[in-house]
Design a protein around this ligand. Structure first.
Ligand SMILES: [Zn+2]
Ligand SMILES: [Zn+2]
Length: 362
């Protein structure tokens, strides 16, 4: 089974600040692979970062790369040996395919595979194109009541669900989240779905907090900037003390900002024996109050993307346990893809998730 179109349009990052729609040859599905006719793709902060800066950490753009990794679509062709999906199936795609051979892969920790091929992480092409070639077993069928737009949101939702899983968010927990962007919000939704009974969220942006009021959070805190000359750790203690005048300490604190003062405040907000999750990626070296960690047994844990979470995420959307629809604030056609990226960059109208529909292929 193959696709008749010979070429398809792709959104290609040629070099920093140079994003274009370009024709490319349609790939062919090899053994164990499928071609997915992409129907919807969300723009992620990392996509915008690659566009503006050409790299994140050690991942540097060295040749043109198709952008995008939050996608859902329709199976358009299947390669030899593929049995669990068929042409016409509606699927969401987990964008990272690991080597399957290394000790990390063999123990199920495939998110830590050193040879991960992750969509739109250099040098691997992303999903914002007509037809994306993907490992069949990294495609997950969408229930009929879950749209492609919701399917494209399984990627960020997986980040939130896995962060809460690794942070051991449990029934009755009190959870605090730094950052009310898309990841902070899906993390709030995930915490509630796991049984947290109280979720507070903090951000410097009042508009984002206004949105958060309507989305799985019980309290919203506007963060002030540190006073001029105030050391970060003093600011963190002061902020935590302010919050703790009205609140009990928190079972799990998830930092979705990567900002040093937020990580420091997170550790101060955690209860004795509580957990702090480092979800956001910020400065590579930070000063942390280690005495809080050892004298109060606060566990500080990193989290890298997600693993084994797409299947439950899709099922939770299907069962209505989490609603991601309110997060979709703007939708663009494929022709307007570059405009959509401009919008993500300038942030007009407080966008949460901007999505781009699939190309109209014949
Ligand atoms: Zn993403
Ligand atoms: Zn591996």
């Amino acid at each position: 089974m193959s696709v008749t179109a010979k070429s398809h349009r792709c959104v290609v990052l040629k070099k920093p600040l140079d994003l274009v729609i370009e024709d490319r040859t349609v790939p062919e599905a090899g053994p164990g692979e499928v071609l997915v006719n992409v129907q919807c793709t969300g723009i992620c902060g990392s996509d915008v970062h690659y566009w503006l800066h050409g790299g994140i950490g050690s991942f540097i753009l060295k040749k043109p790369m198709i952008i995008g990794h939050e996608s859902a679509g329709i199976i358009a062709a299947v390669g030899p040996g593929v049995t669990h999906v068929k042409v016409g199936d509606r699927v969401t795609m987990e964008p990272g395919v690991p080597c399957r051979m290394c000790p990390q892969c063999k123990t199920g920790n495939y998110n830590l595979c050193p040879d991960m091929a992750f969509a739109a992480t250099p040098p691997y092409d992303g999903t914002l194109c007509g037809y994306y070639r993907h490992a069949a077993d990294y495609c997950y069928k969408l229930p009929d009541n879950v749209s492609f737009a919701e399917g494209a949101l399984v990627e960020p939702l997986s980040v939130g669900l896995y962060a809460c899983e690794r942070g051991n968010v449990k029934l009755g927990h009190r959870v605090f989240i730094f950052g009310a962007g898309p990841i902070g919000l899906v993390t709030a939704a995930a915490a509630k779905a796991r049984g947290a009974t109280y979720v507070a969220i903090a951000d410097v942006n009042a508009e984002r907090l206004d949105f958060a009021k309507t989305y799985y959070t019980d309290a919203q805190y506007t963060l002030e900037r540190p006073e001029q000359g105030e050391p970060n750790m003093e600011y963190a203690r002061r902020t935590a003390n302010q919050i703790l005048t009205a609140e009990e300490p928190f079972d799990v604190v998830l930092d979705c900002t990567g900002v040093e003062t937020c990580v420091q405040t997170s550790i101060c907000l955690a209860r004795n024996g509580g957990t702090v999750m480092l979800v956001g990626m910020g400065a590579q070296v930070q000063t942390l109050p280690v005495a809080e960690i050892y004298s109060r047994e606060v566990d500080v844990k990193g989290v890298f993307r997600y693993k084994n979470i797409y299947d439950p995420a899709v099922k939770m959307l299907g069962a209505g346990l989490i609603d991601v629809k309110p997060l979709i604030t703007h939708t663009y056609s494929f022709d307007e893809a570059i405009k959509a990226f401009e919008h993500a960059r300038n942030g007009t109208d407080n966008p949460i998730k901007i999505q781009i529909l699939g190309d109209n292929l014949v």
